[in-house]
Design a protein around this ligand. Structure first.
Ligand code: FCB
Length: 472
């Protein structure tokens, strides 16, 4: 966990490997990625890979309910089986170790480890103890996210994130996990992407629990951030040696024209996607511009909440995927104007590595107390197929290389980025898009559960091997 981004580059690549024609992935010789203290890992999340939805006392989550509702998820897919990771975790840890990945970001499923009265479910806890214990044995750093969207359904039945009490229940859950798992976790993240939980879950209804009301979104966000702020001191008390942070998805918005209206639209887009979360965390207040964007939707904030939310963090996790081009909507908001002729992924998302660099540099300028950063997710979906036992995911290789170059540029501009997690270790349940969209560096055949290492994974593994060899 010792990652000093200012350390000297301590491993040098051989010149031949840096030729893009002979090696489409290996970073150039002067890249910060050659530092052996820059962590390179992969990420997953419980509901997207575990399956075993009713096993060993696991309770239903909002995603079980949502995905079972006709019309909510493409092709009616659910996470009931997913990658069957609950049973195949040993094979999956071996995959991670075999690729030489140095860190693994996973999430724990709240409905697996606690019953309706808040009592521990030891069978569920034992699963995570076995998994994390094995990862530690293999020397893999463990980044655990407590909430990657699988809220217990019984809490949703009492209002979910619209109910302030859920924030206190989350702190109880964080208490249980950090008492049970301390020593096995290098870094705790409280929440994954509160923007998605609040906005997609309660604001437009594209995600579970599927409610659509602007006022709900801001109130759910406030309770999510409060849950985060309440959990940080609890995690610290139970597990003082680990890092504590939060994972935010951030979006790059650029104006569709040079007009003042479009420039303002791009600004408001970034307020809605980034500042809505980062301002409370690092300035202790919601951005004023939210009122212009969503008049009349201010959440109920109690005395002391903002101080709780702004608890100091050891790290910020950044998830980055794409950029959006914005135009004014003629009123006080913005509309998305998709650019023509740009490179896109299977999700339809634009490939735009500069956005990651620009956002990182912008955050450093905006937030004086910005903690060290890990890129906790970055990657792309492609329609990968196994042909003669191989998966040639050419676009992903180039995508990863370009985004890692953007991270390197941010580091050289002074941003303290200490690691990068590919999304994802393996193809998995991509929320409302089900199994159609493949983000993995390992291919999953859902009929047989066979895992096939894609070409991108081979190249990442080769780079890590070269880096270790040079560092000896
Ligand atoms: C992020 C989620 C992650 C995955 C990627 C593609 O928003 O955190 O679970 O679905 O997008």
């Amino acid at each position: 966990m010792e990652n000093d981004a200012s350390a000297v580059i301590d491993a040098k690549p051989p010149q031949s490997l840096t030729d893009p024609l002979t090696d489409p992935f290996t970073p150039p010789a002067d890249s910060s990625l050659w530092r052996t203290n820059f962590l390179l890992g992969a990420a997953t999340a419980s509901y997207q890979i575990e399956g075993a939805a009713t096993e060993d006392g696991r309770l239903p989550s909002i995603w079980d309910t949502f995905s079972a509702t006709p019309g909510k998820v493409l092709a009616g897919d659910t996470g009931a089986l997913a990658c069957d990771h609950y049973h195949r975790w040993e094979e999956d840890v071996n995959l991670l170790a075999g690729l030489g990945l140095e860190a693994y970001r996973l999430s724990t499923a709240w409905p697996r480890v606690m019953d309706e009265n808040g009592a521990p479910n030891h069978k569920g806890l034992d699963f995570y103890k076995r998994l994390l214990g094995r990862l530690k044995e293999k020397g893999i750093s463990t980044f655990v996210t407590l909430y990657h969207w699988d809220l217990p359904q019984h809490l949703e039945d009492r209002g979910g994130w619209l109910n302030r009490d859920t924030a206190y229940r989350f702190a109880d859950y964080a208490d249980l996990m950090s008492r049970e798992l301390h020593g096995l976790v290098d870094a705790w993240a409280t929440l994954n992407e509160p923007w998605c939980s609040a906005y997609l879950g309660y604001g437009n209804g594209h995600h579970a629990p599927g409610l659509a009301n602007g006022r709900f979104a801001t109130q759910a966000m406030h309770h999510l951030l409060l849950a985060h702020g309440l959990a940080i001191p609890v995690l610290h008390a139970n597990d003082p040696r680990s890092l504590k942070g939060l994972v935010a998805n951030v979006g790059r918005g650029t104006p569709n024209s040079e007009s003042a209206g479009d420039r303002r639209a791009a600004e408001l887009y970034e307020v809605q996607h980034n500042a809505w979360i980062l301002d409370p965390l690092f300035k202790g207040e919601y951005p004023q511009d939210l009122v212009e964007l969503w008049p009349g939707t201010e959440p109920l904030v109690l005395e002391g909440d903002m101080q709780t939310i702004a608890a100091p963090l050891d790290f910020l996790g950044i998830n980055y995927y794409f950029r959006t081009s914005l135009a004014s909507d003629g009123a006080h908001g913005f509309r998305d104007v998709p650019l023509e002729g740009v490179e896109r992924t299977q999700m339809g998302w634009e490939v735009y590595p500069d956005g990651l660099r620009d956002l990182l540099i912008g955050f450093k300028e905006t937030y004086a107390n910005l903690p060290p950063i890990y890129i906790t997710e970055n990657g792309m979906a492609s329609n990968d197929e196994v042909v003669d036992g191989r998966v040639e995911d050419t676009q992903r290789i180039s995508f990863l290389k370009r985004h890692l170059a953007a991270v390197d540029q941010a580091i050289k501009a002074g941003v303290d980025v200490r690691g990068y997690f590919l999304w994802s270790l393996m193809d998995n349940f991509e929320w409302a898009f089900g199994y159609e969209r493949r983000f993995g560096i390992v291919h999953i055949d859902y009929a047989t559960q066979k895992r096939t290492i894609k070409r991108s994974a081979e190249l990442v593994a080769k780079f890590l091997k070269d880096r270790n060899a040079r560092a000896q």
